[in-house]
Design a protein around this ligand. Structure first.
Ligand code: NAP
Length: 284
């Protein structure tokens, strides 16, 4: 069997087109959605991420501003800047790029963002809303994974068993909660899980969010399963690759996401959705 590809690039383009239409509608009501992105320090990966976020926003008709600060910025000054953005009605979304310099407490900084502007979905209020099934911002990566599942007709996951490998606060845990909210039976695995393969072999959906190559190999996958690869790693040649042994797993799975061109572009697209929705909510 050769798995069908879930094309993250194509789906992200669809999402951006939908966002662009809704942005136009908002603009006709005099509202210009605005994302404020804050970068502290010089982390090379973060610089690429924030540039992409700003470019994506502008291409979709959203206004995006990037504020850069040196790594030496005192935490108090960052908190003060966030307070100003919180109070600014022209700003709908605030994103502080992680990681922050070591002298800062990332939890404290994220909690300083007003929940109604928390477009990354990392605030404890957003996490709590997801937990109890209330509306709120969903973290972009698992939100994008859910859109990928919907795109192949998997919206209501009643009767399906989903295995999530990884339990971080930004991917694994919210992913599990979203799958549960879609009525899947969910198993969360991590570094302390005994016999991971025995669990993944039972799964109709496997989401790998670990950050290690070849965590999921063909012998660990049920024939026909949907495999979502969140991981971002480098192979021996320095090329971007995921957590899944793509070459092997594609012969067993029913559907699979590639890396690159899978979850990454969807993560970027869902930030636009969250920012748009923040602006729509502010208008009403
Ligand atoms: P993280 O915070 O390092 O979490 C990794 C998780 O994997 C942990 O829960 C860890 O278990 C678990 N783990 C480690 N080794 C394992 C093993 N051998 N078997 C089973 N579980 C294992 O990472 P993250 O922030 O969630 O990111 C995960 C990956 O996704 C990274 O490659 C990251 O770059 C990528 N990512 C991609 C996107 C995107 O847009 N494509 C977005 C975010 C993240 P413990 O909890 O027990 O330590």
């Amino acid at each position: 069997m050769t798995a069908q590809l879930i094309n993250g690039n194509a789906l992200a383009q669809q999402v951006r087109t939908e966002v662009a239409h809704r942005v136009s509608a908002l603009k006709s009501h005099g509202v210009q959605p605005h994302l404020a992105v804050i970068l502290v320090g010089e982390d090379p990966g973060s610089q690429v991420y924030v540039r992409n976020k700003v470019a994506d926003s502008e291409q979709t008709g959203l206004n995006a501003t990037l504020e850069r600060y040196p790594a030496s910025l005192p935490q108090e000054e960052l908190l003060a800047r966030i307070a100003i953005l919180n109070a600014d009605p022209s700003v709908h979304g605030i994103l502080v790029q992680l990681p922050l310099p070591k002298h800062m407490d990332a939890n404290l900084v994220i909690e300083a963002i007003a929940p109604e502007k928390d477009v990354d979905g990392f605030h404890v209020a957003s996490a709590g809303a997801l937990m109890v099934g209330q509306p709120g911002f969903r973290p972009c990566t698992p939100y994008g994974c859910m859109r990928m599942l919907e795109s192949i007709g998997m919206k209501d996951l009643r009767g399906k068993h989903a295995v999530v490998i990884g339990r971080s606060n930004i991917v694994g845990k919210p992913m599990a909660m979203m799958l549960l909210a879609a009525n899947a039976t969910v198993t969360i695995c991590h570094s302390g899980t005994a016999d991971l393969a025995a669990l993944t072999r039972q799964a109709d959906i496997v989401v790998a969010a670990v950050g290690k190559r070849n965590v999921l190999t063909a012998d660990m996958v049920k024939p026909g399963a949907v495999v979502i690869d969140v991981g971002m790693n480098r192979d021996d040649a320095g090329k971007l690759c995921g957590d899944v042994d793509f070459a092997g797993v594609q012969n067993v799975a029913g559907w699979i996401t590639p890396v690159p061109g899978g979850v990454g572009p969807m993560t970027r697209a869902m930030l636009l959705v969250n920012t748009l929705e923040a602006a729509e909510a502010a208008k009403t």
